[in-house]
Design a protein around this ligand. Structure first.
Ligand SMILES: Cc1cc2nc3c(=O)[nH]c(=O)nc-3n(C[C@H](O)[C@H](O)[C@H](O)COP(=O)(O)O)c2cc1C
Length: 217
């Protein structure tokens, strides 16, 4: 699969074949994509809940009632459903945890590198907390970067996927016990094998023209 093929052939799957399980090896590759996703100042303000059992998918589907019921089969019939979550705050304990991990991973070779990294990261965090006052939006942007990587990764592995903002975040947070852990859900991705009822597979892709979206200078 070339990158061009992946971006042209991937589409949002509207119906999955129930009972199909994706190979663990491919799932592990996608989890690796998520874990290694870039984030501003390496803040990694995320957590990913992966449902691969009927019970797990049913827990996710608690968030696809009411107005979001059109997404319910995409959750229940998928092989895996990943809830991409963000932290509710970028607190001191998290910043310290990231710093210690960077040290463990051998990032601080030069003297003073650890203190410098900590100071630099905190200056960005302070800017977003006090001047821009957009810590939640900033964290959410990082989660959406991870979403992009996940969707492209799935396409490269020939895995069918559905990104979903159409779910009740409050219900999902409750079903997964996220808020007690300082987390909240942002977006869901179902992964699996598309069924013959996936009407989107036969439809052509639609994007605004190249001339309209690029400016070359
Ligand atoms: C963040 C995000 C949320 C989306 N939410 C839903 C959703 O809840 N249900 C759904 O069927 N499709 C959803 N979509 C799919 C989009 O409608 C789709 O990506 C867009 O129409 C382009 O089509 P394509 O993905 O097939 O190329 C979502 C896509 C993104 C990126």
């Amino acid at each position: 699969m070339t990158l061009d093929d992946a971006v042209l052939t991937r589409h949002t799957v509207k119906a999955f074949e129930a009972g199909q399980t994706l190979p663990q090896e491919k799932i592990d590759t996608l989890l690796n994509v998520l874990r290694n996703s870039p984030s501003s100042v390496n803040s990694q303000p995320w957590h990913f809940v992966v449902a691969s059992t009927p019970e797990g998918r049913e827990a996710m589907a608690k968030a696809t009632g009411g107005a979001f019921v059109y997404n319910e089969p995409k959750v229940l019939n998928a092989s895996h459903v990943i809830a991409l979550c963000m932290r509710s705050d970028l607190d001191d304990a998290h910043l310290q945890k990231v710093l210690e991990q960077e040290q463990k991973d051998g990032r601080f070779v030069a003297e003073g590198a650890k203190a410098g990294q900590d100071k630099g990261r905190r200056s960005y965090v302070d800017m977003h907390r006090f001047e821009l006052r957009d810590i939640p939006q900033w964290m959410e942007k990082q989660v959406y970067l991870a979403l992009g990587g996940l969707l492209l990764g799935a396409a490269m592995l020939n895995i069918d996927a559905t990104p979903m903002e159409g779910f009740d975040a409050r219900a999902l947070d409750h079903a997964l016990g996220l808020r007690e852990k300082g987390l909240t859900s942002v977006v869901l991705v179902s992964l699996g094998v598309r069924s013959e009822n996936d009407f989107n597979a036969a439809l052509p892709k639609s994007r605004l023209p190249r001339d309209e979206i690029f400016t070359f200078i």
